[in-house]
Design a protein around this ligand. Structure first.
Ligand code: ADP
Ligand code: ZN
Length: 520
């Protein structure tokens, strides 16, 4: 192709040294160059930055980039300067003289790209200063920060609508990697984008296989899983304490692993991160604090030991697997009790608006975990990416749930809970069902119950799975106010009396072996 006719492609080659645009880049650049507002939705690593950096080089005036994190700004500006592009940033903690120097360069038109945090941009005297300059484009990175729906809401971002008021003829481009429909709508409204061009990139990561397992003996399950893996992996836990405990356990079991959380010394954290990147450590056990800005292409698996609170978090975290495009796996260990606990925490939030938002976001994550249909479809649907085909690369597609008449099994469980006066946690119910002569059971004389041992023929995991299904179907309720004891609901009555048959899925107690991975 003749690059003369395509100045954007010319810049891509000459300045950035790349051969071709990635999906969406050319379209977004064309829209900006035509003066249109734009919204770019692309997953992390999709190449959002070039969508404003190339216009910045082609447009006559200044491009102002709004970015929430100083560290990201610095990295970007350093990288741009290294390629010979006149870029700068201003932050509040810079020496006054340096800020003055930058202002001077701006007035002398020596800077093409200026990175700023929103609080600086929004200062009235700064807006006034910008009006004296020739601004060609505003790019708002991490645009989901405008949204109350977002995971990263920032008050300052909400005021960025002022840009359109003060600079009605300057195009504004929003960019984000996370945008369900509600967030997307908020971005369009808050930034006041006028008949924008919207580029929606695909969020699909086809090389990641999504798996879920019912969590019943998580440490053992995890050890089994790890023994089948080779290569690097990340295990996400819900708390620092759990990170520490699990790291201990796995180290004792001979796993080459390290813990990582925000409570650790910064130097140590850095060291752990480096060791992981250099493949000196196979497995990182971490809180959500781990992973931001880490680019390790060969992470083969990501395990969620605890249930995340949102699909965005889950997507970001699992997205750290398989960046090299090779087969990778995500494993979610799911326990209905975790879900009940999270719901309870969220309900304790005393801001009712926030609470409603978080409950809805969690409900979507919960539905993903419980899904009986292609998990990838559920995930992509959340990002408003409709896909007519099931994926063939998730646990549900590879091992579809089989149904059976579970009336008798359900009656065993429900009557056992009933005989135990609805006063025990699921493990205890299972021990009674399976006829385990534990001291506590004998002491409570529960070995004399008619339900003692009626479930001897099946494993713990089997019963655990069925109990979860009965919870989903609304026959059992987890009473989180009393240490997660199991209670019967009104609906359990008709099943117990045999009036209402019930269909259950055959429990899936292990994953299909890794060698079936379609890409493997
Ligand atoms: P995002 O902001 O969407 O997470 P970046 O803009 O940081 O992604 O881009 C991710 C990586 O992809 C960067 O290393 C960037 O240089 C590279 N990249 C972007 N566009 C292209 C392209 N057209 N060809 C090759 N590499 C690209
Ligand atoms: Zn699928």
């Amino acid at each position: 192709m003749n690059t003369d006719a395509n100045p954007a492609l010319n810049q891509l080659k000459q300045v950035f040294g790349y051969h071709a645009f990635r999906a969406g880049q050319q379209e977004a650049i064309d829209a900006v160059m035509a003066g249109q507002d734009t919204l770019v939705l692309m997953p992390t690593g999709g190449g959002k930055s070039l969508c404003y950096q190339i216009p910045a080089l082609l447009l006559p005036g200044l491009t102002v980039v709004v970015s929430p994190l100083i560290s990201l700004m610095k990295d970007q500006v350093d990288a741009l300067r290294a390629t010979g592009i006149a870029a700068a940033y201003i932050t509040g903690n810079m020496p006054g003289q340096q800020i003055q120097d930058t202002y001077k360069q701006l007035h002398d038109r020596q800077i093409k790209l200026l990175y700023l945090a929103p609080e600086r941009l929004l200062q009235p005297d700064f807006i006034y200063r910008l009006q004296q300059l020739d601004v060609s484009l505003f790019a708002v990175d991490e645009a989901h920060c405008v949204s109350h729906w977002g995971h990263d809401f920032r008050q300052d971002y909400c005021q960025l609508g002022v840009l359109k008021q003060q600079f009605p003829h300057v195009p504004v481009m929003g960019l984000t990697a996370t945008a369900d429909l509600a967030t997307r709508r908020d971005i369009l409204v808050q930034l006041d984008l006028q008949q924008p061009f919207v580029y929606q990139g695909s969020f699909d990561r086809p090389n990641i296989r999504y798996n879920q397992l019912t969590k019943y003996q998580p440490v053992k399950q995890l050890k089994d899983y790890l023994s089948q893996q080779d290569g690097s992996g990340i295990i996400y836990c819900g708390s620092r304490r759990k990170v520490d405990e699990l790291t201990d356990e796995l180290r004792k079991a001979g796993v080459n692993c390290r813990g990582y959380h925000a409570g650790m010394d910064a130097m140590l954290r850095d060291q752990v991160q480096q060791d992981f990147i250099r493949d000196n450590v196979d497995v990182i056990i971490a809180t959500v604090a781990f992973g931001m800005g880490i680019n390790k292409p060969n992470v083969r698996f990501v395990v969620h030991f605890d249930l995340p609170r949102t699909i965005e978090a889950y997507y970001q975290e699992t997205g750290r697997a398989g960046r090299d495009g090779q087969a990778a796996e995500a494993l979610l260990l799911f326990d209905e009790k975790d879900a009940a606990r999270i719901q309870k925490w969220i309900s304790m939030n005393d801001n009712p608006e926030r609470q409603a938002v978080e409950l809805q976001r969690f409900a979507a994550m919960h539905a993903f975990a419980e899904s009986q249909t292609c998990r990838r479809q559920v995930l992509l649907n959340y990002f408003a990416e409709y896909n007519a085909h099931t994926c063939g690369n998730c646990d549900i597609c590879l091992d579809p749930p089989r149904r059976f008449d579970g009336s008798v099994e359900a009656q065993k469980i429900l009557s056992c809970i009933y005989r135990l006066n609805q006063h025990y946690v699921s493990q205890y119910v299972i021990d009674v069902l399976r006829g385990n002569m534990l001291d506590v059971i004998v002491k409570n004389e529960h070995h004399k119950l008619s339900t003692f041992g009626i479930g001897r023929d099946q494993s713990d995991a089997y019963w655990h799975n069925l109990i979860n299904q009965l919870i989903h179907q609304g026959l059992i309720r987890v009473d989180i106010t009393q240490n997660a004891i199991l209670k019967l609901t009104e609906a359990a009555r008709t099943v117990l009396s045999g009036k209402q048959p019930i269909t259950l899925a055959v429990p899936r107690l292990s994953l299909k072996v890794k060698s079936d991975n379609v890409l493997g």
